[in-house]
Design a protein around this ligand. Structure first.
Ligand code: NAD
Length: 572
């Protein structure tokens, strides 16, 4: 007798095994759950752990140090089983990667609520987190790892591409051609740096301690060449810049050792930044003076010594960046809290170079712009090509977006489910959501589309060393905004909503919300997606208007975002 689709899926995913095995998202038009909302959550959870997508799926690690999708394999199995049974008026509650209950809600409610790594203020630090983690009571969710909307290095590629494009506008007459950048880390996020720079026409050297990570970026076409030899890396970079050719070089080594050596030899890049896992001094950053294997052993045998060594190395690394800046390099922090760690380790002037948000991104936040992303549940890349074209047709005036979508279609290999990202602002995201729903309704796209975003967005984060660094009114650490954003998504009818602590910069340094919508071609989906994707960036405009950014106030007035206090003053 033929097996029903659910049973087949349970067997395929080996649900009940309770331990590591390769997992891939189901694809196609066959529903296994009671609606596409639950189905999308199930597929995206599996997609986060697809070996083509996640960094270390055996440990359920998706990216960013120990950013995980589920607490352990038993929890993964239980989440899948629960989603398969979940009714269309129920909501699954997930606490730090563990499914803890199902509540009766409404058909328009989100189908999953996720809370990851949140701790009460006084205990909100790595030390307490690691204690709870050891007891199996908590999980680090990063941003899109624990909220099931990670789309591989592409997710960060476009943001990194935008960052380097804006940097070249500000410092190099609009092009990275002939310029050399230097960075560290080729992990899930950092791995996007080489391609983002070469897409901007520039040259980059990336220092990475783990040979396997370098190989992965070479295999996926994100990195051009590799060497173990610093002199050779510098020579290759200088030659390419002289020839005005784009090139990325992966240099195997430790940043804390390599950067000071570069300074000694008189090599100062045009741009310097970093994306090693500096946010996590125990399970992320690799200290100098030990090789990778020794470092991994030391983490377990003597965590205290490891942390001391890592903090020391981060201080050295940050000092080298400061020195390069002093000698003329454009330096910026790339959202991994290297400056914060160095400050803790005694580098008093660590904050002398800016974070990338105040330096390059905040004006976009005032327009309600942010990293809008989507994935094709059909598994067919042609569906993504159709959505790319639909956005190019809908927003032809957004020249940078059009250039990005065209290049991404040609150069970006999909990791896991076919997906795309591009930055859209207030009034654009809901338009795109409706457009995608229409494409599903008309049958031009084979199966529903899932639409989400990074937690790094205009209204969803409180992160004083990153998204909310140097706010005009000094409200950097006020987390009310992230909570209001979370509530707005829930009330608007997202498919699932999440709230996390620590993503990007580490436990205690950030609170942030995520939302995901699903468009299945129905009227209900249209209503939900328009409301959610309008309100989500609206909270960004409100947050920036309240902090005193004139452009955000203008955007609100131009596009009809209601600001009670400002309207009241205008009437006086
Ligand atoms: P990851 O853990 O997947 O990769 C980090 C890489 O750094 C690893 O390959 C590791 O081998 C390497 N590394 C660690 N210490 C090193 C050292 N001393 N020298 C050279 N290489 C070293 O992390 P990821 O997902 O790539 O994220 C990188 C950092 O960026 C994290 O701190 C993350 O929180 C942060 N982040 C930034 C953004 C952003 O928008 N800029 C977004 C998300 C995350």
């Amino acid at each position: 007798m033929a097996l029903d689709p659910q049973k087949k899926l349970l067997e395929k995913l080996k649900i009940g095994l309770g331990k590591a095995r390769p997992v891939k998202a189901p694809t196609g038009t066959q529903l296994h759950c009671k609606s596409w909302y639950q189905e999308a959550a199930l597929r995206m959870l599996c997609n986060n752990l697809d070996p083509d997508n996640g960094e270390n799926p055996d440990e359920l690690i998706v990216y960013g140090g120990i950013g995980k999708a589920a607490r352990n394999w038993d929890c993964f199995d239980a989440i899948i089983r629960t989603l398969l049974d979940l009714e269309n008026d129920e909501t699954l509650l997930v606490q730090s990667g563990k499914p803890v209950g199902v509540i009766k809600t409404h058909s328009h409610s989100p189908r999953v609520f996720i809370a990851n790594s949140n701790l009460v203020g006084h205990w909100d630090n790595w030390e307490h987190f690691n204690l709870l983690d050891k007891k199996g009571l908590i999980m680090y969710g990063q941003m899109t790892a624990g909220s099931w909307i990670y789309i591989g290095s592409q997710g960060i590629l476009q943001g990194t591409y935008e960052t380097f494009a804006t940097l070249s506008d500000q410092h190099f007459d609009g092009s990275m051609t002939g310029k050399v950048a230097l960075s560290g880390g080729l992990g899930g996020m950092g791995g996007a740096q080489p391609l983002a720079v070469t897409m901007n026409g520039g040259v980059i050297i990336i220092v990475e301690v783990d040979r396997n990570r370098i190989q992965r970026r070479l295999d996926t076409g994100y990195l051009d060449v590799t060497t173990d030899n610093m002199d050779e890396a510098i020579k290759l970079a200088r030659q390419a810049a002289e020839d005005r050719k784009a090139l990325s070089v992966g240099l195997c080594g430790n940043c804390a050792e390599v950067l000071p050596k570069m300074i000694d030899q008189g090599f100062i890049p045009d741009v310097v930044t970093d994306q090693t896992s500096a946010h996590d001094e125990l399970n992320g950053y690799i200290p100098m003076g030990v090789d990778l294997e020794e470092a991994l052993q030391l983490r377990f045998s003597d965590p205290k010594k490891y942390i001391d060594m890592a903090m020391d190395s981060m201080a050295t690394h940050c000092r080298a960046i400061l020195e390069m800046q002093r000698r003329g390099a454009v330096a910026f922090d790339y959202g991994n809290n290297l400056r914060g760690q160095a400050l803790k380790a005694g580098v008093d002037n660590a904050m002398d170079y800016p974070g990338f948000i105040p330096a390059f991104i905040r004006p976009l936040f005032c327009e309600g712009e942010g990293p809008f992303r989507w994935a094709a549940l059909s598994g067919d890349p042609k569906d993504i090509a159709i959505t790319d074209q639909a956005l190019i047709d809908a927003f032809p005036h957004k020249k940078r977006m059009v250039r990005w979508l065209t290049m991404a279609g040609e150069q970006v290999r999909h990791m896991g489910l076919p997906a795309r990202i591009c930055w859209l602002g207030y009034g654009e995201r809901d338009k795109a959501g409706k457009l995608f729903n229409d494409l599903v309704r008309s049958g031009r796209i084979k199966a529903p589309i899932v639409i989400g975003r990074d937690h790094l967005d205009c209204g969803s984060v409180a992160s004083p060393f990153r998204e909310t660094e140097a706010m005009k009114d000094g409200s950097d650490a006020v987390a009310d905004w992230a909570l209001l954003n979370c509530m707005a998504s829930v009330a608007s009818g997202s498919a699932w909503t999440s709230f996390h602590d620590g993503g990007g910069v580490g436990i205690g340094y950030a609170m942030h919300a995520g939302q995901v919508c699903v468009v299945d071609g129905t009227d209900e989906a249209e209503q939900r997606v328009i409301t959610t994707l309008r309100n989500d960036p609206a909270t960004g405009i409100i947050r920036h208007a309240d902090a005193g950014y004139e452009r955000a106030v203008e955007v609100a007035q131009e596009r009809g975002v209601k600001l009670p206090m400002i309207n009241m003053f205008n009437q006086k």
